[in-house]
Design a protein around this ligand. Structure first.
Ligand SMILES: NC(=O)c1ccc[n+]([C@@H]2O[C@H](COP(=O)([O-])OP(=O)(O)OC[C@H]3O[C@@H](n4cnc5c(N)ncnc54)[C@H](OP(=O)(O)O)[C@@H]3O)[C@@H](O)[C@H]2O)c1
Length: 176
């Protein structure tokens, strides 16, 4: 999160003084620097109603969810969407985006997070501690955003009811 201080010669997509947020390149330094150089194309304008702390929280978790739900899985009205880890950082955004896209959203979460996840737009919440999620969803054709380390198992995948699966997980020490 920052304020545009200077522009390259051909940049027209933003302006000096614009509040912007972006996800810096994890392979490079500068995320916490006072000044940083970024491609104009990766900057998102921050609306006035959004404070700096909320804006800074968006690019990583929310963009990950956006890429999964909107760009990759292209959730549409009528899709049944399973979001594992629906109360988590990425999952909370995935639930909201899938619900906004018109999907019927099933989320996994601990019981104490169920009301929170329902409030984000989930239609059904199952506690992964006590429920057999694979059995519960076995009869449904799913779009699945998988955000936890387990569940995609030799038992789950061969059910072949999954239309699309995007597994977001940590790769080589980095989120991927
Ligand atoms: N956060 C980011 O900005 C980001 C960006 C890119 C990629 N990622 C990747 O996305 C994945 C999720 O990250 P996150 O930040 O959203 O994680 P998180 O905030 O820690 O949330 C993960 C959720 O998973 C649930 N969970 C834990 N163990 C589980 C299990 N055995 N079975 C089912 N659910 C379980 C927990 O739900 P309850 O609390 O309800 O028990 C928890 O809320 C990770 O692989 C991460 O590396 C994250």
């Amino acid at each position: 999160m920052g304020i545009v201080d200077a522009l390259g010669a051909d940049v027209t997509s933003t302006r000096i003084g614009q509040r912007i947020a972006h996800h810096s390149d994890l392979r490079r330094q500068c995320g916490l620097a006072q000044y940083a150089v970024a491609e104009a194309a990766v900057l998102a304008a921050v609306p006035a109603r959004l404070d700096a702390v909320a804006a800074a929280a968006l690019p990583c978790a929310a963009m990950t969810a956006y890429q999964a739900v909107v760009r990759r899985l292209r959730v549409e009205p009528g899709d049944t969407v399973l979001v594992t880890g629906g109360a988590g950082g990425v999952g909370g955004f995935a639930v909201q985006l899938a619900s906004l896209a018109g999907g019927h959203v099933i989320a996994t979460a601990s019981t104490w997070n169920a009301d929170h996840v329902l409030g984000l737009g989930a239609h059904e919440v199952f506690d992964y501690h006590s429920e057999d999620i694979a059995a519960l969803v076995a009869c449904r054709r799913l779009v699945m955003v998988h955000l936890t380390g387990r569940l995609v198992s030799g038992r789950f995948l061969p059910l072949c009811q999954i239309g699309l699966l995007l597994w977001v997980r940590r790769r080589s020490g980095r989120s991927g």
